[in-house]
Design a protein around this ligand. Structure first.
Ligand code: ADP
Length: 154
């Protein structure tokens, strides 16, 4: 059976932290689908199309990594795409507490799916999409925190 992982998130925007988690996970899986979860109650800085384009740009030479979007439960999207793993990144103990709960609930709903955590590199652990969004909103320079060239393609 092929090892397919879903990396779910809002990715508003995709950061160097997200990029590093995917790179580190690549040797573990046959395919990684970066799944942009769309929540109709949330407002985003970047449109779904922009977020998809950013991520496609980052992995244009990596056929093993695909990009998709969904607005149903993460486990239902796993079923749709045949994913047997959920990939998540851990920056700190706050992430761990939150992620453990989600992983346990997802596992209860779909026992065939395991969540795999990758611990971020220390130099990337302060990066969050929330802070990057604030920098961009206030016309600051966020290029240090996002994959190279990404902001040029807006
Ligand atoms: P969500 O809205 O689901 O939290 P995010 O786009 O913020 O989505 O994050 C998606 C995943 O990436 C989560 O597992 C999160 O912990 C992880 N992540 C976010 N920032 C970083 C970072 N700097 N380093 C490693 N993992 C990160």
């Amino acid at each position: 059976m092929k090892k397919i992982a879903l990396f779910p998130g809002s990715f508003d925007p995709f950061t160097k932290g997200h990029f590093s988690i995917v790179k580190k996970a690549m040797p573990l899986f046959d395919k990684i689908v970066i799944g942009i979860g769309e929540n109709s109650n949330k407002t985003y800085l970047f449109s779904l199309e922009q977020r998809i384009n950013f991520i496609k740009h980052c992995f244009k030479t990596t056929p093993q990594v695909e990009v998709g979007s969904y607005n149903n439960l993460t486990v239902d999207y796993c079923r749709e795409i045949g994913a047997n793993y959920i990939l998540r990144g851990l920056r700190n103990s706050v992430d761990f507490g939150f992620e453990r709960n989600i992983a346990q609930m997802n596992h209860a709903m779909m026992p065939s799916v395991e969540t795999v955590f990758i611990v971020t590199d220390p130099e990337l652990s302060a990066i969050s999409s929330t802070i990057v969004r604030e920098i961009i909103r206030h016309n600051g320079n966020a290029s240090e925190f996002v994959p190279h060239g990404m902001l040029d393609i807006i």
